[in-house]
Ligand binder design. Structure first.
Ligand code: A3G
Length: 147
């Protein structure tokens, strides 16, 4: 998995069009979303992650928790983003992993939103610009090598 973490004044999105033939079913309310004072986690789930989805969920949650505590963020935006890797996991696997990350972060007490999966979305982001405001992480299952 490739993750881009941006500590932001806000992140807001608006669904524009389907990017998959069968995108995630969403309600009218989910077509727009916004969080303020947010750690935005843009994530590309990779083919290598299919070897151990549970481990990837655990490692991703740990990384996000670590950064959230360093930047003192309580709000997390889980954002599916297929542009950080050329070795993408199948959509059905990626969606399950992102849903699991969302749920575990909620269990940890964070206020979490997840942007809809399988759509083109307009988004606005206001990066805070401090030294830890822009971070990237690469996560792979144990035993797999990081490319
Ligand atoms: N910016 C818009 C967009 O990225 N849209 C992406 C994601 O929402 C989602 N998606 C599909 N596969 C993946 C994957 N492996 N990891 C993350 N998201 C995925 O499906 C869309 C088309 O690739």
């Amino acid at each position: 998995m490739r993750m881009l973490l941006i500590h932001s004044d806000y992140l807001e999105y608006e669904v524009k069009d389907k990017a998959l033939s069968k995108p995630e079913e969403i309600s009218e309310e989910q077509k727009k979303g916004r969080l303020d004072e947010v750690l935005a986690a843009f994530m590309s789930v990779e083919k290598v992650d299919e070897a151990n989805p549970e481990e990837i969920v655990q490692k991703a949650v740990e990384e996000i928790k670590n950064v959230a505590s360093q930047v003192n963020a309580q709000n997390i935006f889980v954002y599916p983003f297929a542009h950080l890797s050329s070795e993408l996991a199948k959509p059905e696997v990626a969606l399950e992993i992102l849903k699991a990350i969302e749920e575990k972060l909620k269990e940890e007490g964070f206020n979490v939103k997840r942007a809809p999966f399988g759509y083109y979305k307009a988004f606005k982001l206001s990066c805070k610009g401090h030294p830890l405001a822009e971070l990237s992480r690469t996560i792979v299952p144990s035993g797999e090598k990081k490319e």
